[in-house]
Design a protein around this ligand. Structure first.
Ligand code: ZN
Length: 358
């Protein structure tokens, strides 16, 4: 095992650049080694940092990070479709394609699909100088011609999560969708809902920087949740309860709020992660007393080469401009902690930061 530089979490709200992150000399037979060209921290990285890895204690002292694009430096002997020097999008989750879950259409739900893009739990995430991924043929996607690094690094989590959520919501043409929480995944969900043919798309947030992007992505209604009656206002503006709700942020309480504006027979897709350990309470009346045919789906990021390639195709065809999410740009690995601090300090001008590895 060699050692390389990486950004590690050392405790609650503390990170440092370490030069002792393990990386193998050679990738596993199906794997590849990637030298990052660009990284993007995410709220889940910040959550790990803020809690000192409380939800995943084995990550303490190891690298974080799961949104990265880079260039291949080595491939294993069984890799067929990728070669050294190729620029690739790296999966932010690691579906296990050779598994029974995969045969059930749920490769991402195999237990070895480590949360936060950690393919090898003894090594940590991808904020490192060199990263090993297994099953390269299935978990990498080429960056298409004309797609920039900034656009490409929005694919592994932001697009792959939001578009999966909207796919599972499957809004009918002209139907109404509410996106509760318009951070970067919520904003991508707005765009996905528009592309999926939704009519009214309500973008619910509070920050101007996010409202501006929501409007550019095609939201028909910008809703500030600081207004006391914002839920009633949505129902009024829509002419009745909505067909679909997507939850992208906030506490467990949002689930009940989402259900309260959802029509009977409608679907709520949750894309928030709940690590609080407290039960999720839902007032029966908002769930149609249990017999309102209101479906709740908890949806996670869909990974894999095909899905990432399709996301990249949406960018290449000009249907999605994910670079609009990027509000902060840095250069050099040493700046990753600074970018992570934007999340920890709840910077109101932040949507997504990127860091170039140069
Ligand atoms: Zn992420």
């Amino acid at each position: 095992m060699n050692q390389c530089k990486g950004v590690i979490i050392t405790g609650k709200n503390t990170m440092t650049v370490s030069s002792q992150c393990p990386v193998p000399e050679e990738p596993c037979p199906t794997g590849a080694l990637i030298r990052p060209l660009i990284w993007s921290p995410c709220t889940s990285d910040a959550h790990l940092c803020a809690t000192g890895c409380a939800s995943l204690p084995y990550l303490l002292g190891k690298a974080v990070g799961h949104e990265m694009c880079g260039v291949i430096t080595k491939v294993g002997c069984e890799v067929r479709d990728f070669k050294v020097g190729q620029r690739v999008i790296v999966c932010s989750v690691m579906p296990v394609w050779r598994s029974l879950e995969a045969q059930d259409g749920m490769a991402k739900q195999h237990q070895d699909n480590m949360y936060a893009g950690v393919d090898f739990p003894d090594r940590g995430g991808s904020f490192v100088e060199e990263y090993e991924i297994r099953d390269a043929d299935m978990n990498l996607a080429p960056i298409p011609e004309g797609v920039t690094l900034e656009q490409a690094v929005m694919v592994p989590d932001m697009m792959c999560t939001a578009f999966e959520g909207v796919s599972q919501l499957a809004p009918a043409f002209g139907s109404s969708v509410v996106v509760l929480g318009i951070g970067p995944v919520g904003l991508m969900a707005v765009r996905a809902a528009v592309l999926h043919g939704a009519g009214n798309v309500f973008a619910v947030g509070s920050r101007q920087v996010c409202f501006e992007v929501a409007k550019e992505y095609g939201a028909t209604h910008l809703v500030d949740y600081h207004n006391e009656d914002y839920l009633q206002q949505i129902v009024k503006d829509n002419g009745g309860p909505v067909d679909g709700v997507i939850l992208c942020g906030g506490s467990e309480k949002e689930l009940g709020k989402g259900l309260s504006i959802l029509k009977k027979g409608g679907t709520l897709v949750n894309m928030s992660a709940y690590f609080g350990g407290s039960p999720i309470e839902i007032d029966p009346s908002v769930w149609g007393f249990g017999y309102g045919d209101k479906t709740i789906k908890g949806v996670g990021c869909r990974g894999g080469r095909l899905w990432m390639a399709r996301m990249a195709k949406l960018i290449a065809c000009g249907r999605v401009a994910p670079e609009k999410l990027i509000t902060h740009r840095y250069h050099g690995m040493e700046k990753i902690p600074q970018a992570m601090n934007l999340f920890l300090n709840r910077d109101r001008g932040l949507i997504k930061p990127v860091i170039y590895n140069d």
